[in-house]
Design a protein around this ligand. Structure first.
Ligand SMILES: Cc1cc2nc3c(=O)[nH]c(=O)nc-3n(C[C@H](O)[C@H](O)[C@H](O)COP(=O)(O)OP(=O)(O)OC[C@H]3O[C@@H](n4cnc5c(N)ncnc54)[C@H](O)[C@@H]3O)c2cc1C
Length: 244
């Protein structure tokens, strides 16, 4: 059953990048998310509940047999959920609802797929890793993952994407560093929107996924539209902050 509330238990917590935590939860029941989807976390707060959304970051192939949920959290200074995650200890339980969202790979893909993220917006694409690898094995699809961060210390899951790019010729991994000089051949300078200076797109045969900071999402969506993509060819998830 989808979207019902369930309780999950924190199993592990670690720092995975500058100002970024990864938290691994386990449920007694099935967590039937499709890679790319997110859950809403419900925090108790003085008798009421505050909800915050987080994308699943763990890679799964079969939602029928999954009881784990991993999330990557950017810590906001004085952020309500950020402070709760900072203090959380393994064994603690929390209520979640979901899965939600449509940032999902369809069964049939065009010849080029762009995945564009900033910061923890990379989480849904990390969750898609097994699916992406299946497409890569089959051959005809080319993926271009463009990941924008300020500096290398902000990169998460970097080795996994780097290794995938070294294994499959049809997987391109590009890191855009806005506050550091590039050192390696897959690194570029500036904001992730610079990807439009690097790639010629065939709008009839391209699908784009964009996730992360809302301003970046808007700018990248405009970039794809400027290249001729229609709205239906651009799937997006904005990590908007909660108003309460
Ligand atoms: C669909 C979706 C998926 C998401 N997935 C992820 C994810 O995978 N990973 C992730 O890290 N985030 C994700 N987010 C964002 C996440 O839901 C939270 O919004 C984020 O973690 C901040 O929550 P918080 O409670 O820590 O901060 P908040 O308490 O909401 O505060 C955010 C910032 O605003 C400041 N602030 C708060 N109140 C005030 C005020 N009154 N005046 C001035 N400043 C104020 C805080 O100091 C803080 O810096 C997602 C959002 C959406 C919508």
């Amino acid at each position: 059953m989808q979207n019902r509330k369930q309780t999950i238990k924190l199993m592990d917590k670690r720092v995975i990048a500058n100002n970024t935590l990864e938290l691994l939860y386990q449920s007694n029941n099935r967590l039937a998310f499709i890679p790319g989807q997110f859950y809403s976390f419900h925090f108790e707060n003085e008798g009421t509940s505050k909800a915050r959304s987080y994308s699943a970051a763990n890679s799964i192939l079969n939602p029928q047999h999954n009881c784990e949920l991993s999330i990557a959290v950017t810590l906001h200074s004085q952020g309500f959920a950020s402070n709760r995650f900072l203090d959380a200890e393994p064994g603690e339980e929390i209520e979640v609802s979901g899965p939600f969202g449509n940032l999902i790979l369809p069964k049939q893909l065009p010849s080029t797929v762009f995945l564009v993220a900033t910061g923890t917006g990379i989480a849904p694409f990390r969750s898609m890793l097994s699916q992406i690898e299946e497409f890569l094995e089959q051959g005809p699809v080319r993926f271009i993952l463009a990941f924008g961060v300020r500096s290398r210390e902000d990169l998460l899951y970097d080795r996994e994407f780097y290794n995938l790019a070294n294994t499959y010729r049809n997987f391109n991994y590009e890191v855009y560093l806005s506050q550091q000089e590039p050192l390696h051949s897959h690194e570029f300078t500036g904001r992730v929107t610079n990807l439009f200076n690097k790639h010629e797109l065939d709008p009839a045969d391209t699908l784009a996924f964009v996730c992360g900071n809302p301003d970046m999402v808007d700018d990248v969506v405009e970039g794809f539209k400027g290249c001729g993509l229609e709205t239906r060819q651009i799937k997006r998830e904005k990590y908007t902050l909660s108003p309460f």
